[in-house]
Design a protein around this ligand. Structure first.
Ligand SMILES: Nc1nc2c(c(=O)[nH]1)N[C@H]1C(S)=C(S)[C@@H](COP(=O)(O)O)O[C@H]1N2
Ligand SMILES: [Mo]
Length: 314
């Protein structure tokens, strides 16, 4: 039996379609081995997990990474969702209290057709894709996760952003009855992107993972995933998306401005003031991997930052 090692897999993520189809065929063959390894790591056959609503049909995106995926168990039990506690196991233990239906997302601000979307409308707004992206946490660990969603741009286009909209602010759900009251961060957790980052085809409005609706601890019912930035830019359980003309404040920047900038692009050359960002540990592995500029998505996004000093705009 051939075991596929991570080093056997090409690091490039975006490939011409023909090459991609070839590699996909190759990976389908290797898939059984990978799945068996993943289940062993998790100590559970994948069928044993709680039945969640399946999403589909899913187009497989050419933006997907072909690296081995982090086991479902790790993706859903090793989380950062500080509203539900600051230990990695806390969100899985506590986020069950979150009611994710009914749920609405207001898309408002500098928009010709601002409106509120119901979560079930969102699920039908655009064709759902599976996007296997690396997620690099600022804490120097990473995962590879098969997200389900569609480009955020498809949602933003619905509301007709005005020319004066230069940034997008994400506001997330905060309910002190079920979430931390301690001001670990200035609740609600907020995040933001420049409008061109928000409209970039890699920026995913995310409704699921592993082919199912998002587990609460991963940001149900809707979050963003911005794969070339540190994980904290990918706000969970979003209730409002605001088109604004000024750079919005963000929860992490408010709490420690010298440690967490607005851009937060994954950058091995700019260390966090308290630790190095040069390497990372892939969850489930022991060895350290070098961290890639823009988390490996430089070919797609480096042009967004031309002429910027990424040491100052960290
Ligand atoms: N609302 C909210 N969103 C959040 C966070 C949070 O604490 N609250 N943590 C962020 C951080 S630090 C990371 S690394 C990712 C983790 O996403 P995951 O748990 O789905 O892997 O979510 C981000 N989104
Ligand atoms: Mo993170």
């Amino acid at each position: 039996m051939r075991i596929l090692r991570p080093s056997d897999i090409l690091p490039s993520e975006i490939t011409p379609r023909a090459l991609f189809e070839d590699r996909r065929r190759f990976l389908l063959g290797a898939g059984a081995t990978l799945a068996a390894g993943a289940a062993m790591w998790a100590g559970l056959p994948s069928e044993a997990r709680a039945a969640a609503a399946k999403l589909g049909p899913l187009a497989r995106s050419p933006f997907s990474s072909d690296e081995p995926q982090t086991p479902y168990k790790a993706v859903t039990t090793y989380n950062n969702y500080y509203e539900f506690g600051t230990d990695k196991e806390d969100p899985a233990a506590n986020a069950g209290k979150l009611t994710v239906r009914p749920w609405t997302v207001r898309v408002e601000g500098l928009a010709g057709k601002a409106r509120t979307f119901d979560i079930d409308d969102l699920l039908k707004l655009a064709p759902l894709e599976e996007r296997i992206y690396r997620l690099r946490c600022v804490e120097a660990w990473s995962m590879v996760i098969p997200w389900v969603g569609f480009p955020l741009s498809a949602l933003l286009r619905q509301v007709d952003p005005q020319g004066s909209a230069k940034y997008v602010e994400f506001v997330t759900h905060y309910d002190p009855k079920i979430m931390l009251r301690r001001p670990v961060l200035d609740w609600p957790y907020t995040e933001g992107l420049r409008i061109d980052e928000a409209m970039h085809p890699l920026t995913l409005l995310t409704l699921g993972l592993y082919g199912e609706v998002l587990p609460n601890q991963n940001g149900a019912p809707v979050r963003v995933v911005v794969p070339w930035k540190y994980g904290f830019k990918s706000a969970k359980s979003i209730v409002a998306i605001r088109l604004v003309d000024k750079e919005p404040r963000t929860a992490w920047n408010k709490s420690a401005p010298s440690e967490y900038g607005f851009y937060s692009n994954v950058n091995p050359n700019v260390d966090h003031p308290r630790w190095s960002q040069a390497t990372e540990r892939r969850i489930g592995e022991f060895r350290k991997r070098p961290t890639l500029m823009f988390n490996g998505y430089a070919e797609q996004v480096a042009n967004l930052y031309q002429g910027m000093d990424l040491r100052k705009s960290f």
